[in-house]
Design a protein around this ligand. Structure first.
Ligand SMILES: Nc1nc2c(ncn2[C@@H]2O[C@H](COP(=O)(O)OP(=O)(O)OP(=O)(O)O)[C@@H](O)[C@H]2O)c(=O)[nH]1
Length: 331
């Protein structure tokens, strides 16, 4: 439940065409302790103001010249699409009460004001509004958690697969290629075993930062779990466009890590697959990158390995068409 202080700090807008009514309502609210009250006599300003300030409560007079309260609520619904309209209608017309509720107002206050009723209705409405905001925030945070790795904050496998799909679609549309780089740290287990899990975790966070710092903003850097990461490069035109970035990642991780008084060293191996040269589906591209990674490990670690053409220019078989790929480790 929101605290009394949170309720008193809520943002409130009073909308009325009568300066006397505005003054009266502002005074009522101030005396109760509400600290964030503003007002307007121009109904057409309500939406722009709400867009800017995201009010917790709009006390809205229904009968105003020009734009009336019902029209204002209609426009507010556009801003709060599917959301909660924080409107408390003010009306002297008994027949408008139900109409106001039907138009989206959460509640109404009758004029002339009964002070006790005003306070209760405002308090109750703010309580619900603030709870609603808390819930919406919590739900956004849960969605984020479901798509990100809790330790590093990087996208997790679920989000990664989506990102790869998007990169492939983009490559298709723009007649370009995409690269999947599968990374597995070398010697990570020894760090855990020697210095403990907390140091291992710290290294994983630092590795994530280095991978991000060594990639383009538009690339995806994800953690698959354990000491495995993936980097997706979109909008490339050849394997050579992925080899440079792969070498950069290998170099970035070979630099020592400083944690407390310790200097820790590890390296990474990378397997690369290219869309559409190696395969066309996400799963197949990941499998081929995994296979290339295995070859990079087998060839001595601290290097990347790809299918395709060796730097010397020697053509090698591509796995999608030829079965088992011939892989080219680079150091
Ligand atoms: N600290 C920490 N360790 C983890 C986490 N997830 C997995 N691990 C550990 O990471 C290690 C990964 O094992 P390997 O990939 O075989 O270790 P490695 O020494 O890098 O082996 P190579 O890849 O052959 O060089 C295991 O010891 C796991 O227990 C984690 O979230 N935090």
């Amino acid at each position: 439940m929101p605290s009394r202080q949170e309720i008193l700090n809520a943002k409130i807008l009073v909308v009325d065409d009568s300066p006397d009514n505005i003054e009266l309502m502002e005074e009522i609210l101030r005396e109760e302790g509400y600290a964030n009250v503003s007002s307007t006599m121009e109904p057409e300003q309500v939406c722009p103001l709400h867009r800017e300030h995201n009010y917790d409560l709009i006390l809205l007079d229904l009968q105003m010249p020009g734009l009336n309260g019902f029209q204002v609520m209609k426009s507010l619904k556009e801003i709060e699409k599917g959301g909660y309209l924080p409107v408390l209608a003010l009306t002297a017309q008994p027949s408008f009460k139900i109409a106001a509720l039907e138009a989206g107002a959460r509640d109404f206050i009758s004029k002339p004001f009964d002070l006790l009723e005003v306070h209760k209705r405002i308090h109750n409405m703010l309580e619900v509004r603030l709870l609603y905001k808390e819930l919406a925030q919590y739900s956004r945070a849960q969605q984020e958690l479901a798509l990100h790795d809790a330790l590093t904050g990087l996208p997790n496998r679920r989000l990664l697969e989506d990102r790869i799909e998007t990169a492939l679609q983009h490559a298709n549309r723009s007649h370009a290629k995409a690269a999947i780089m599968y990374l597995d740290l070398d010697g990570f287990k020894a760090i855990n075993d020697t210095y403990g899990h907390a140091y291992g975790d710290e290294i994983l966070k630092m590795v994530s930062q280095r991978l991000l710092a060594s990639s383009r903003k538009e690339d995806t850097v994800a953690r698959l779990g354990g000491d495995e990461f993936m980097v997706v490069l979109g909008d490339i035109h050849s394997l050579a466009d992925a080899q440079g970035p792969a070498a950069k990642l290998v170099d970035a991780l070979v630099e020592p890590f400083f944690i407390n008084d310790l200097t820790l060293r590890l390296s990474t191996s990378i397997g690369i697959s290219i869309y559409p040269d190696d395969a066309e589906s996400v799963d197949a591209l990941i499998s081929i990158a995994d296979y290339a990674l295995y070859e990079a490990k087998r060839a001595g670690k601290n290097r990347y390995c790809s299918t395709g053409t060796a730097p010397t220019g020697a053509a090698v078989k591509t796995p999608a068409k030829q079965g088992v790929p011939e892989l080219v480790p680079h150091r």
